[in-house]
Design a protein around this ligand. Sequence first.
Ligand code: BGC
Length: 417
Amino acid sequence: MKFRKLIGALGAAGLLCGVSAQAVQAAESLSVLHWWTSGGESKAVGVLKDDMTKEGYTWKDFAVAGGAGAAAMTALKTQVISGNAPSAAQIKGPLIQEWAEQGVLVPIDSVAGDWKKNLPPEIDKILHADGHYVAAPFSVHRVNWLWINKAALDKAGGKVPTTWPEFFELADKMKAQGIVPVAAGGQPWQDLTLWEDVVLSQGADFYKKAIVDLDQKTLTSDQMVGVFDTVRKIETYFDNGRTGRDWNLATAMVINGKAGMQFMGDWAKGEFAGASKTAGTDYVCAPVPGTAKQYTFNVDSFVFFQQKGSKEATPGQLALAKTIMSPAFQEQFSLYKGSIPVRLGVSMAKFDACGKQSYADEQTAIKAGGYVPSLAHGMAQGDATAGAITDVVTKFMNSTQDSKSAVAALANAAKTK
Ligand code: BGC
C-alpha cells in the first residue's frame, strides 16, 4: 500500500485523531519489527535483544523474512492500521519522513543529546522529522561491493577486476572452470542492487543526477542505455535457478565455491563470517568495478511508534534508542552484521580487512563527493518513486526488453511521486 492510501486508512481507523496521553509503564514489553532473519543478521539483532533483556525489558520479536524489507514493510502497515503498532520498527531513509508525516511516531530527543556531533551530517539529517530525532541509527552498510571466492579467483589468474572489461574476462575464466560466474537472487530489490552498482560505475555525478535528482536528461542519455546493456551482459553469467532465490542463498553459493562472485551489500560478510570464512584468505571483497572511490551508503535505523495513544516515547523505547547508539553496541552489532559503526569515533581495531577498507573508503568518498545514498536500500527516494524504478529494472532483467525501451520506461517511472 502506498503512503497516500495509508493516510486514508489510518484516518478511517481513527488512528490519526488525538488520543489523550496515558501513563507509561516502567519496564514494558518491547515489540520489535525487523527483517533480520539470515544467519549473520539474526546474530547481530540478537545482541540488541540480549542488551534489552539485561536492562529488564521483554523482547517481542516480529521478524518478517525477506531481504531489503519489502514484506516487513507490508506487515508493518497492517499492524499500524489495525492499531497494533510495534514499539519499534526497522525503517530507514526518506521512509522515516513518510511515517513521521502520518503523526504516529514519537520523538527521542531526550536520549540524543550527543548524537549530532557523533554522526556524519548526511546521516544525522535523515533521522529527523520536524526538527526532532525520530530514528536511531545502527550502522553503515556499503552497497557497492563485489564478493569473490578466493580459490576461484586464484584459479582464474588472481586479478581482482577494477573495470567492466576485466570483470567479464574473469567471469569467462570462471565459466571455463565449470562454476557459475555470478550468483544472483531473483528478487526485485536484488535486481535493483545490481543496476544501481552499474549506474554508480559511471561516476558519482552521473549517479547523483540519475538517482538522487532524477534528472530526465541523464535518465534518457546514451550512457544510461549503456548501463542497461552492461546489466544485460552481466545476466548472461547467472545460472538458471535464480528465480525467487534469497540473497543469502546466493552468498552461500560463493562461500561453497559453486559460484565465483556476487554483487551484494556488506551484510553478505555476516554470512561469510558465520561460515567461519576469513576475508583475504577464503574470500575477497572488492568495490564493484569502476566504483573504488564511490560509496553507496545504507543506514539501518529504528523508528518508534506511539503506544497506547501517548505522543511521548516510553522508557523502553528511549532505552532502546540509547542502547542502539552506544559505542559498545555499535561495535558488536557491526562485527556480526558486516557493516561499520555509524557512530563516529568507535574503534575499528576488531574489524577485518573488509571492515577497515569500508571505513577508509567511506572517509575518502565523503571528502571527494562520492558518498551517495542507495536507491535499492531505501536511502535515495521515497516509497512510490523507488517502487516505480524497481518495477522497470526488474521487468528489464526478467524479459528480453531492449535497453532503449527500458530507458524510456525509466524516465517515465522517475516522474512517479
Ligand atoms: C538492510 C540490511 C539487510 C539487507 C538484507 C538491507 O536493505 O539494510 O540490514 O541485511 O537488506 O536483508
